[in-house]
Write a protein that binds this ligand. Structure first.
Ligand SMILES: [Zn+2]
Length: 164
């Protein structure tokens, strides 16, 4: 069967194992940079990067603070957990995932979505947070899966892992 995975084909050595370092993030980011959306390219330098640690089934996280009206405050951090460094491919997929979140956040799209869920649909509390997370994670999984990750086991939006 013909297989098309743009993430894999962008990498010099998709199955290679990167060392756990910020430098690996930098290098693999360069290799998949052509797959970044405009919002990702525009905002790529804004989040801080942290490497190491673990968090259950997640390879990474985009940390930020947003109020119920969609206004954001403070800086953001992209975390790359140990499990993201299993292979260059997994690291690339994680980079694409987390930088997509950053692009969505810094473009203002995520805040506008939060605002409209709060004031147009009148959602509050956990119901609001879960509806917002559905938007935020579905968007990124659609993007990364569309690049080829739809073929990967367990790489899809699972509400159970995200809902409050
Ligand atoms: Zn995510």
């Amino acid at each position: 069967m013909y297989e098309r995975n743009l993430i894999r084909s962008s990498l010099k050595d998709p199955n290679g194992v990167p060392e756990l370092s910020e430098n690996s993030v930098k290098n693999i980011k360069k290799e998949v940079y052509a797959l970044f959306t405009d919002d990702m390219k525009k905002n790529e330098s804004l989040p801080k990067i942290k490497v190491g640690g673990s968090n259950g089934t997640k390879n990474g996280d985009f940390e930020y603070r947003m109020d119920e009206d969609g206004s954001a405050n403070g800086g953001t951090v992209i975390k790359f957990y140990k499990s993201a460094f299993k292979s260059n491919y997994i690291l690339a997929r994680t980079i694409l995932h987390e930088y997509y979140h950053a692009g969505d956040f810094y473009s203002g799209n995520a805040g506008m979505k939060m605002w409209s869920l709060r004031y147009k649909l009148n959602l509050k509390g956990n119901e609001l947070q879960n509806a917002y997370t559905d938007y935020f994670e579905r968007g990124v999984f659609n993007y990364v899966r569309g690049l080829g990750a739809y073929q990967d086991k367990n790489y899809y939006y699972n509400q159970k892992l995200y809902h409050r």
